[in-house]
Design a protein around this ligand. Structure first.
Ligand code: NAP
Length: 301
């Protein structure tokens, strides 16, 4: 733990692929962590590492100064907040909820109201980076909310990520940035998959195409990392499951609709994900839209 950081009593709700890795890093940083997950067996690894396992979100939040949530979607957050033994019932006055999940803009705005009317604090801090980046405490965190609340959470955010960007005082601004980012990532995957299919059918090795492009104009992690996944056709097990990707395209679409911004690319990406889910099943990574692109080009996969 850094010189400035003090051990805090915190709660953590949601121990999926991302939540488990993040909560482990908070424990390793020396904090006292109470964890809760809907399916209790997923708390075993955390318990073994020294976490206290709570029976309800309320129990994980009571007496804690900061509580994190990392849940799949808006409905999950809603359920965890509102149930009788939920987070809103357990979080003390003045305590802070840091919402790491990728949720919609309107849901984040509503979450602010729910907390403020109870004297509780709320910030959105969605993350970029897959479970391997979470495990390595290398997430990129996009935070928004009152500066004093982000300051309170900053030592904990430092323990789970490489950098925290602050994008505004209204929490949902962070969700908007995160959704925009995921739209851009999926657009890059689709564009790469199309170019790679074109190369392969034309007798050029897709690996060579990628080497040329990622060493020149497209020298960015998103092209290098997802390019490798497409090349190796590593779509299972999912690191970021396709249904969650579809959820994000829907949430980006809702934000675009509310702001009256036509996003025709977004509609196309949504269709590609739906087709991929129909053909490949629910358990593939979102980058499996590359499989759909390849098959539609008549390539043998
Ligand atoms: P995941 O492995 O599917 O985990 C989802 C978590 O949400 C689990 O703890 C699950 O509990 C819980 N949950 C779902 N519905 C619930 C409900 N109704 N009530 C209570 N808990 C519920 O997903 P993940 O990959 O960790 O993703 C979590 C969030 O991070 C999502 O918003 C995702 O978009 C975002 N994200 C993911 C990645 C990535 O690469 N995976 C990267 C950045 C951001 P159970 O165990 O009981 O099912």
């Amino acid at each position: 733990m850094g010189r400035e950081a003090r051990a805090m009593r915190i709660g953590f709700l949601g121990l999926g692929r991302m939540g488990t890795a993040i909560a482990l890093n908070l424990l390793r940083a020396g904090h006292e962590v109470a964890v809760w997950n809907r399916s209790p067996d997923k708390a075993d690894a955390l318990a073994a590492a020294g976490a206290e396992v709570a029976a309800t979100p309320r129990a994980a939040a009571e007496g804690r100064e900061i509580v994190f949530s990392m849940l799949s979607d808006d409905a999950a957050l809603h359920a965890v907040l509102r149930r009788a033994d939920g987070l809103l019932a357990g979080l003390g006055e003045g305590a802070l909820h840091v919402s790491l999940s990728t949720i919609g803009v309107a849901t984040a705005d509503h979450a602010v109201d729910l907390h403020v009317e109870r004297g509780q604090h709320y910030i959105s801090a969605p993350v970029f980076g897959r479970p391997d980046a979470a495990a390595a405490a290398q997430l990129t965190i996009v935070a928004a909310g009152p500066a004093a609340d982000i300051d309170r959470a900053q030592p904990l955010l430092d323990a789970i990520g490489r950098r925290t960007f602050r994008v505004g005082t209204r929490p949902s601004a962070a969700n908007l940035v995160k959704l925009s980012g995921n739209f851009l990532i999926l657009a890059a995957i689709e564009a790469m998959a199309e170019a790679m299919a074109l190369a392969e059918k034309s007798g050029v090795a897709p690996a060579l195409l990628l080497e040329v492009l990622t060493d020149t104009h497209f020298n960015a992690p998103v092209y290098r990392n997802y390019g490798a996944l497409l090349l190796e056709q590593r779509f299972r097990p999912a690191a970021f499951a396709a249904p969650l990707g579809l959820k994000d395209m829907k949430l980006a679409g809702a934000a675009a609709e509310a702001a009256r911004v036509p996003m025709p690319f977004l509609a196309l990406l949504r269709e590609q994900l739906v087709e991929t889910l129909v053909k490949e099943g629910e358990d593939v990574d979102w980058s499996a839209i590359g499989l759909t692109v390849a098959r539609n080009a008549g390539l043998n996969r």
